[in-house]
Design a protein. Structure first.
Length: 206
């Protein structure tokens, strides 16, 4: 089974790209969705211990938590130390289940895959990328988003150029969805050919 890590900066179409792989039969593991579930369940006690003001009605209030971290960025590693191991545990469980089912592709949709050094957990890194003006246009359409907030988010993320440099494959999401879908189909074919030849991906892949 080939494990594909799909990543990209905010507004780059990362999750859409991951779903395109799922359309080819890949098992999709959405790290953000797992975090949302943890904030309603298993992560609540430990988050409440460290960030009591972030809890509302027994669940983690993401808005309050974001405000706390914005005021105290140094607290982010504390949150990551709580949440990341839980997310990885779910990922490993799902990956093991997919292997047991004989699935050939497993896609991990992770926003900060490269920033957190998690690329070692995947076989192939796919970066979703679009021109900066298209990225900004998409993000600024989101409720509550401002240019200042976008700049702060980008400051915490690896530059797109560096992500592209470290990718095995790049999906250009600046055009039509059909064009992105064709790119993903090409990647799936390349990986299938690699697997059929008995070679492991991907250190020497383009």
């Amino acid at each position: 089974m080939i494990v594909i890590g799909v990543t990209g900066s905010i507004g780059m179409g990362k999750s859409t790209t991951a779903r395109l792989f799922a359309a080819h039969g890949a098992v999709l593991h959405d790290a953000d969705a797992v975090v949302h579930a943890l904030y309603r369940g298993a992560a609540v006690p430990r988050v409440a211990e460290r960030f009591p003001d972030a809890i509302t009605d027994g669940v983690v209030d993401r808005g309050k938590l974001s405000a706390i971290l914005a005021a105290d960025p140094a607290a982010l590693p504390d949150l990551e130390a709580i949440v990341h191991p839980m997310v990885q545990a779910v990922e490993q469980e799902r990956m093991a289940a997919a292997r047991a089912e004989g699935r050939s592709l497993f896609v991990v949709d992770v926003p900060l895959l490269l920033e957190t050094g998690a690329e070692g957990r995947v076989d192939v890194v796919v970066v979703a990328s679009a021109p900066a003006d298209i990225q900004a246009e998409r993000v600024l359409q989101r409720p509550g988003m401002t240019a200042e907030r976008l700049a702060a988010i980008l400051a915490r993320q690896m530059p797109d150029a560096e992500k592209r440099r470290r990718a095995h494959f790049i999906v250009d999401t600046g055009g039509s969805k059909a064009a992105s879908a064709r790119c993903v189909a090409d990647i799936v074919r390349a990986l299938a050919a690699r697997a059929a030849s008995g070679s492991n991906p991907p250190a020497d892949m383009p």
